[in-house]
Structures are given as structure tokens and as C-alpha cells.
Design a protein around this ligand. Structure first.
Ligand code: FMN
Length: 353
């Protein structure tokens, strides 16, 4: 039995334990979509996680998907992330920034810019804006000649993450945002080298990962995927072939980790884990309990190396210690997930001494 509370060497990072805090959008960025002192306090409170993955963070203005999410494309944002990195490191923690380009899961009412995507296919559903819920708009299909510029935005954001003192980045290729939009044929009907076959649909993600790894070092770059996930109106066929092609392209890079969100087909996920040469992080992706027993089982069966928990960390700054001693947990308060302010953010109590 592996001790979840024992250290784990992740690339050059020594993690204090095998429990990872999941990326959690909290919509509390300050002026210029920069993280604030309050964000530094929130992440610092949770520094006992083996690794923190930050909330989804846009690498460009058009990549923003929700109001008041932080970015990593301006100097003010770098200054904000520096506060966060310093707060986490001062308490012995590790933190990477999740780079999330929302692609077509956005709206002009949020960014002032028309959303972009692999193809001009409007997702079903509505998006939250400060003027209320709005139907998704038709995205503008990115031209082939524009793609190197989008790759460059990821590279620039990753460099800024390192400049801010963060320990690396996680590329968000899950949950129906831009990178998964390229992987899925329901959102990608391109006829250039980036669509039409599993290899072609995987190409853009591999190019982003390759460029970011070259810029900041592969051991500072993780990636999150949700194979067969349907969130944000994703539809895929040839899923197994697409993800096999993706991992074929990513494996030689020697990335920091592969972060897999569980789906209904566990055999397929098992196969992907086996295909991956390096560290695997597993999150249930709302598909099952995200508790200590599940974490222990996933690590003991060899399914994963590290186990990632979202709402447990959101509601319990001292989650690791609570799980270690079997203490009761605070319940997450859904109405304050995205509400802004300190309430439901930095005011969850720790255990009394
Ligand atoms: C409030 C909230 C915000 C989230 N934001 C993100 C995000 O920014 N990026 C992401 O990849 N997943 C995001 N997720 C999904 C979580 O990372 C995680 O997959 C999910 O919460 C399931 O894990 P859990 O059962 O341990 O909470 C979010 C989930 C919640 C509840």
C-alpha cells in the first residue's frame, strides 16, 4: 500500500504528498484580470497540497471564458501571480498555472472580442456573463496562418508563469475548451492539416505542448485531458485513435505529467494510462467520489501516481491533514463558488487546535 502522505518526486519538484489540488475557477481576479492579495491568501492557505493546479488562466484576452478569471498575458497579471507563487512557496507548497484558452466557450459580452475556434460551429447552450446568461455565439474559425500566433500566446503565457515564480504550467486540453475543441470532430471540421484524421486533430495540441516545453522546459509542463468527455457540447468519434495519436505525440516530449479526467469507459482510460511513459494524475471529473478511499485505491492499483481533488480542497484549506487523521470535512458552499469576494473563498475554517 502506497502512503498517500509520503513525498513524491515530480520531475525536479519534491511534493510533500500525493494529493493534488484541482484547477478551480473562482472568478475573483482584480483589475486587469490580475490575481489579488486575496488570491494569494487563498492559495497560500492550501499550500499543504502536494501540488496546486491553479484555476483556469487565459493566455490571451480572447481566450477568456468567464468574467473575472485571471490571465497571464500582461505584466500586471505576472505581478499578481508573483504574490500567489510567493504565498504558496513561503508555506512549502508547489503550484502550476493552468493555461486555459476557452476558444468557442466564450462571448463578446465577456471579452469584447468574437470567440475563436477550430471551426465556425456554435456550441449548444448558454454562457454566464455579467449581463446574464447568453446563448453561445458562432466562433470565428482560426485560419491556418493564425495558428502559430496562438501557439506563441501559450508560449508567452508559460514564460510569464515562470517569471512570476510559479513551478510550471498545466495545458488545459480537457472540458471542451480550445485544445479539446481541436481534438473533437464535433467542433473541428477543418480541411487543413489540423482536421480530418485523429493525427491531424491531435496536431495542434502536440504543437502547443512542444513549443511550451521548448520554451520553459518539459519538466515544467503538464497537460489535462478528458477523453470521451462531453462537457461544453463536445462530441467525438474515433476517440480512442485520437487520444492514442495525442499520446504518441506527447510521450517523446517528457512532460511533467498527464492529468486524466475519468469518463464512463474505464477500460479506455486504463489503456491511456498504460500508454503514458511518465507520471499520471487522476481526477474523477465529477464521475465518482473524490475521497480518500478512492484516492488510495487509484494509487494502489497503479492506475495513477497522484490523485487530484477539487471541491474538497476548495472547502478545506487543511484538507491533507484532515484526511490524514480522518477528521470531518467542511462542506463546499456552491453559491459562493463563482461569486467573488472573501466569503466562500478564504473563510473556510481550519480544524481547531
Ligand atoms: C468551482 C469549480 C471550478 C472549476 N474550474 C475548473 C477549471 O478552471 N479548470 C478545470 O480544468 N477544471 C475545473 N473544474 C473541475 C475540477 O478541476 C474537478 O475536475 C471537479 O471539481 C471534480 O473533482 P472533485 O469531485 O474532487 O471536486 C472546476 C470545478 C469546480 C467545482
Amino acid at each position: 500500500m502506497t502512503d498517500l502522505f509520503s513525498p513524491y518526486q515530480l520531475g525536479s519538484l519534491e511534493l510533500a504528498n500525493r494529493l493534488v489540488m484541482a484547477p478551480l475557477t473562482r472568478n475573483r481576479a482584480g483589475a486587469g484580470e490580475a490575481p489579488t492579495e486575496l488570491a494569494a491568501e487563498y492559495y497560500g492557505q492550501r499550500a499543504a497540497a502536494g501540488l496546486i493546479i491553479s484555476e483556469g488562466t487565459q493566455p490571451s484576452a480572447v481566450g477568456q471564458g468567464y468574467p473575472h478569471t485571471p490571465g497571464l498575458h500582461t505584466d500586471d497579471q505576472v505581478a499578481g501571480w508573483t504574490l500567489v507563487a510567493d504565498a504558496v512557496h513561503a508555506r512549502g507548497g508547489r503550484i502550476v498555472a493552468q493555461l486555459m484558452h476557452a476558444g468557442r466557450i466564450s462571448h463578446q459580452a465577456i471579452t469584447g472580442l468574437r470567440p475563436v475556434g477550430p471551426s465556425a460551429i456554435t456550441p449548444a447552450g448558454e454562457v454566464y456573463t455579467e449581463q446574464g446568461m447568453k446563448a453561445f455565439e458562432s466562433p470565428r474559425a482560426l485560419e491556418t496562418a493564425e495558428l502559430p500566433g496562438v501557439v506563441a500566446e501559450y508560449v508567452d503565457a508559460a514564460r510569464r508563469a515562470v517569471r512570476a515564480g510559479l513551478d510550471g504550467v498545466e495545458l488545459h486540453a480537457a472540458n471542451g475548451y480550445l485544445l479539446q475543441q481541436f481534438l473533437a470532430d464535433g467542433s473541428n471540421t477543418r480541411t487543413d492539416g489540423y482536421g480530418g484524421s485523429p493525427q491531424n486533430r491531435a496536431r495542434f495540441v502536440v504543437e502547443v505542448a512542444t513549443a511550451v516545453a521548448e520554451a520553459i522546459g518539459a519538466d515544467k509542463v503538464g497537460i489535462r485531458i478528458s477523453p470521451a468527455g462531453t462537457f461544453n457540447d463536445i462530441t467525438e468519434t474515433e476517440t480512442e485513435q485520437t487520444y492514442a495519436a495525442l499520446l504518441d505525440g506527447l510521450n517523446p516530449l517528457g512532460l511533467l505529467y498527464l492529468h486524466i479526467l475519468e469518463g464512463s469507459d474505464t477500460d479506455f482510460h486504463e489503456q491511456l494510462r498504460k500508454q503514458w511513459d511518465g507520471t499520471v494524475i487522476f481526477n474523477t471529473g465529477f464521475a465518482g467520489p473524490s475521497d480518500l478511499a478512492t484516492a488510495q485505491e487509484s494509487v494502489d492499483t497503479g492506475a495513477t501516481d497522484l490523485f487530484c481533488i477539487g471541491r474538497g480542497f476548495l472547502a478545506n484549506p487543511d484538507l491533507v491533514e484532515r484526511l490524514r487523521i480522518g477528521a470531518e470535512l467542511n462542506e463546499p458552499d456552491m453559491p459562493t463558488f463563482y461569486s467573488g469576494g472573501a466569503k466562500g473563498y478564504t473563510d473556510y475554517p481550519v480544524m481547531s487546535a
